[in-house]
Design a protein around this ligand. Structure first.
Ligand code: FAD
Length: 519
């Protein structure tokens, strides 16, 4: 998947059948679905693939125990089915993870136990393992750093976990394998219309400034929390659709939860759900649900959100995490579809609307349901634009990199079948086996692979989304930045100014992920 080759295909001109705006989970899923039905498909992403919400999730592939508590049975059933399909089609990226709910009150074990047994039952033969009631001793073996004072026991259940940005890159590669054109750093600037009907988009390449007019039979707005901006390009009077809600995660060292089991706190002091999840040898803790008026591509964690997460974890862990323990704080915006009331109670389901001009907008949902969302959106596009295409086949489509057996301890596991190419690069040039930072397994060959095959254009693309260093340890990622910039500059023929600017911009961005230096 190479950017210049994709641009060359744009230059060939002609009419597209499906044009997708937005390269997050939703847009990439749509590109895969449309291309797999043989439709001529193009996708534009304003920044990098998954730069928005789709690289900032809790990394769970789940039915949503919380939605079960809210009585949203259909949403849970659909998501559990999608969880099973995601595990089946991307076993190199999705794994089965066990979660413990600690019980400090007598009623918690029967109350949550019954709910989770129902959760298992709803998953049917796509279940990941049975819910078990744990004794006090078993609970502490599973989660040794849980505060034992007042602890009665626990419940263990199973859900899926994945690497969201890597899944996004592999979805982009899947669509590219199916002949779609996907371009990052290409923003949709205006919508083109003929007789009031949408007939394409005009786009701009962020690197060259060059504009292109792209004709397409169907145009799908999959821009998450930015959906309203595109809706207003279509009709300045259109009612707003999305209520962004911010969620933060803190990343801590593994010593705070030195096990391969996650902790789920089903009800915090203010009625939210909080997770502490092992991920890439660190612990992710979150999240929050704070309404936001104006969406930003780099949302910032508020001090009271950080305090809330730290304070809640201190109730449950033997070692109290503090500001200086935070390796990184990352923040994402949920594209909740408007209703009334608090954002925590807004619909997590997805919504598709078609405007008078024919613009199709899809918003809401969650990462776990991206495939079903894509199928539904493409069905609407096929009907609306009278496209010639059969039904979706993505429930049986293997995602790029598919490998049946994955060793999740292997440093290159998330590349799936592509890991052999990285190993080959190192065999050809052993210098490429050098680590980019002593505390992380990432090697120079991965930078090269990302540039050659994964449309990695900036050092942020590599440090934040091709690898996950920014999220895992923001300070270490800044230390690695010069090495990544030098390597990229050599291969891209860039000068010292480019290197300097890349490092400067990256360092500025990474500061937002380091709360202790911002206090
Ligand atoms: C804190 C948090 C935790 C979550 N945890 C989970 C979880 O554990 N499991 C789960 O299943 N779901 C989870 N979700 C939900 C999930 O992450 C989102 O539903 C999903 O990522 C939304 O994807 P999207 O593609 O709709 O939006 P985005 O990922 O935001 O993508 C939209 C894209 O559109 C692009 N764009 C905007 N304007 C333009 C333009 N003019 N031209 C071109 N491109 C444009 C943006 O740059 C952006 O990349 C979580 C969400 C949050 C906020």
């Amino acid at each position: 998947m190479q950017r210049q080759q994709m641009i060359n295909r744009l230059d060939e001109g002609g009419e597209w059948e499906v044009c997708v705006i937005g390269g997050g989970a939703t847009g990439l899923g749509i590109a895969v679905d449309a291309a797999s039905r043989g439709l001529r498909t193009v996708l534009f992403e304003r920044y990098d693939f998954a730069k928005g919400t789709s690289s900032r999730s809790t990394k769970l592939v789940h039915g949503g125990v919380r939605y079960l508590q809210q009585g949203n049975i259909r949403l849970v059933m659909d998501a559990l089915s999608e969880r099973g399909l995601m595990l089946k089609n991307a076993p190199h990226l999705v794994r089965n993870l066990s979660f413990v709910i600690p019980n400090y009150e007598w009623w918690e074990s029967p109350f949550y136990g019954v709910g989770l047994k129902a959760y298992d039952w709803m998953a049917g033969n796509l279940g990941l393992g049975s819910t078990e009631f744990l004794s006090l001793e078993e609970t502490l073996v599973a989660a040794p750093t849980l505060d034992p004072e007042g602890l009665r026991g626990g419940i263990r259940y199973h859900d899926g976990q994945f690497d969201d940005a890597r899944m996004a890159i592999h979805l982009a590669m899947t669509a590219a394998d199916l002949d779609a054109v996907l371009l990052n750093y290409f923003s949709v600037e205006t919508l083109m219309k003929a007789d009031g009907n949408i007939c394409g988009v005009s786009v701009k390449d962020a690197f060259t400034g060059q504009s292109y007019e792209i004709k397409s039979k169907a145009v799908i707005n999959a821009t998450g929390v930015f959906s309203d901006t595109i809706l207003h390009m279509d009709d300045p009077e259109a009612a707003t659709l999305v209520s962004p809600s911010q969620g933060i995660h803190l990343v801590l060292d593994k010593e705070f939860l030195p096990a391969e089991t996650a902790i789920m706190i089903p009800r915090t002091d203010d009625g939210r759900v909080l997770f502490a999840v092992p991920w890439h040898h660190k612990i992710i803790v979150g999240t929050t649900d704070t309404p936001v008026e104006f969406p930003s591509v780099e949302p910032k964690a508020q001090t009271d959100e950080i305090d809330f997460v730290l304070q809640t974890m201190r109730h449950y862990l033997t070692k109290d995490p503090s500001y200086t323990d935070i390796k990184s704080v990352f923040c994402g915006l949920r594209p909740l579809v408007k209703g009334g009331g608090r954002t925590a109670s807004l619909s997590r389901d997805h919504h598709i609307t078609v405007s008078d001009s024919g613009l199709i907008t899809i918003a809401g949902g969650k990462w776990t349901t991206y495939r079903k969302m894509a199928e539904d959106a493409v069905n609407v596009a096929v009907r609306r634009a009278d496209l010639s295409a059969g039904p979706s086949g993505t429930s049986d489509l293997r995602i790029h990199g598919y490998l049946e057996y994955t060793d999740f301890e292997s440093p290159l596991y998330s590349y799936g079948s592509d890991s052999v190419h990285i190993i080959d690069l190192i065999k050809e040039d052993p210098d490429l086996g050098e680590k980019i930072h002593p505390a992380f397994p990432y090697v120079k060959a991965e930078v090269l692979w990302a540039m050659k095959e994964e449309m990695c254009e900036t050092i942020e693309d590599f440090l934040a989304r091709r690898s996950r260093m920014l999220l895992l340890d923001a300070k270490a990622s800044v230390e690695a930045a010069p090495k990544v910039a030098e390597l990229m500059a050599t291969r891209l023929n860039k000068d010292a100014d480019w290197v300097h600017k890349q490092i400067e911009e990256y360092t500025f961005l990474a500061k937002n992920y380091l709360p202790s230096i911002n206090r």
